[in-house]
Design a protein around this ligand. Structure first.
Ligand code: NAD
Length: 327
């Protein structure tokens, strides 16, 4: 089978690609387990420098997913699974409405349009976000909570979710939209997501660098570690259509942690000297966006499908330190 990952050179795209290569198979839309013969990374930038990229199953299509011809090159008739991860992230989509619409909405629509022309409806996994909810929300969001985004990124993800559900209902694709929690700890450099600091306040101090937290210490977030989110993306892909019912949107389980408690975990796991590298300086734009996101989800449907959350934030910090030691 041919598996396409848009955003395949990004943070989650690269982790997902490696996991799929190790796993070697996925279940197609007919419920048949099939070996992965081709894994295609579609991204604006080319992934490079990692050993797994030399696997003969891996190829790359490099360019802008806003260009239909580029997507058409990736989606050959052999394509049976698509993971659509490429996106303009929250901070950038809020700062530049047009680029967010072009990538998050227009390119998603073009991709779905090409997808429905494949010989058989493929599985289609769309990475949505908890930012599809905002404003006055219940303490714990039920699975049938209505979509109330309070930022352009969330609005664009909500549009993607509706398209995925409707085209699945029509039998054009076998889609599923997974609302991922904020993912931390992300290695590498900060990105343009409003939530980027949630990784920075752990990653930078561990690397001996000072970090500034732009939100109130009491601000709480719904979070998940990178390895756990990859587990859940694959579980979301593998779920049979019969288990998805009337909506194809699934809130992924996570844990709620106040930013102050993230820093306490850092102190417990890595020591007080490391945690003292975090200072607090409020950025009202980031604080407004992050504070508008929901704090907790029942995530019953996700759990029923077998998705799981991390045990606690100490575990997330320990897992990050362990991966850093391995690299
Ligand atoms: N990381 C998180 O906390 C989080 C939380 C919720 C949802 N998500 C979603 O998960 C997905 C992956 O997130 P990530 O953290 O890996 O982000 P990322 O920024 O690391 O990766 C996104 C990739 O998309 C590519 N891309 C962006 N615009 C493109 C374009 N026009 N053409 C081709 N490629 C383009 C980028 O080059 C990048 O490699 C995104 O859809 C994001 O919205 C992430």
């Amino acid at each position: 089978m041919r598996v396409v990952i848009t955003g395949g050179a990004g943070f989650l795209g690269r982790l997902l690609a490696q996991r799929l290569l190790e796993r070697g198979e996925l279940t197609d839309a007919r419920g048949t387990p099939r070996g992965i013969d081709e894994l295609v990374l579609v991204d604006m930038i080319a992934a490079e420098g990692e050993a797994w990229l030399t696997d003969p199953r891996v190829s790359q299509v490099t360019g802008d997913i806003g260009v239909r011809a580029l997507l058409a090159q990736a989606l050959t008739p052999a394509t049976t699974s698509i993971f659509h991860l490429a996106a303009v992230v929250s901070g950038q989509a809020e700062a530049d409405f047009d680029i967010g619409m072009r990538v998050n909405v227009d390119a998603t629509r073009t991709l779905l349009d090409l997808t429905r022309q494949l010989p058989a409806p493929p599985k289609f996994v769309f990475t949505s976000s908890i930012a599809v909810f905002g404003g006055a929300l219940p303490q714990v969001l039920p699975d049938d909570q209505i979509l109330t985004p309070q930022g352009s990124y969330g609005a664009q993800k909500a549009m993607g979710e509706l398209l995925v559900s409707d085209m699945s209902r029509r039998g054009m694709i076998d889609g599923r939209s997974l609302r991922l929690p904020t993912i931390t700890v992300r290695p590498g450099k900060p990105n343009k997501a409003a939530s980027s600091f949630a990784s920075g306040i752990i990653r930078e101090p561990i690397a001996g660098v000072d970090a500034v937290c732009p939100v109130h210490p009491e601000t709480a977030m719904w979070v998940q570690s990178p390895p756990r989110v990859i587990d859940n993306l694959i579980i979301g892909h593998e779920a049979p259509a019969s288990a998805l019912h009337t909506t194809r949107s699934i809130s992924v389980p996570g844990i709620t942690v106040a930013v102050r408690d993230m820093v306490s975990s850092l102190a417990r796991v890595a020591g007080d000297t490391v945690a003292a590298r975090v200072s607090w300086h409020l950025d009202p734009t980031i604080d407004r966006l992050v504070s508008s996101w929901p704090l907790a989800f029942a995530a019953d449907r996700g759990r029923m499908l077998g998705m799981t959350a991390d045990a606690d934030f100490d575990d997330i910090v320990r897992a990050y330190i362990a991966t850093q030691r391995r690299t």
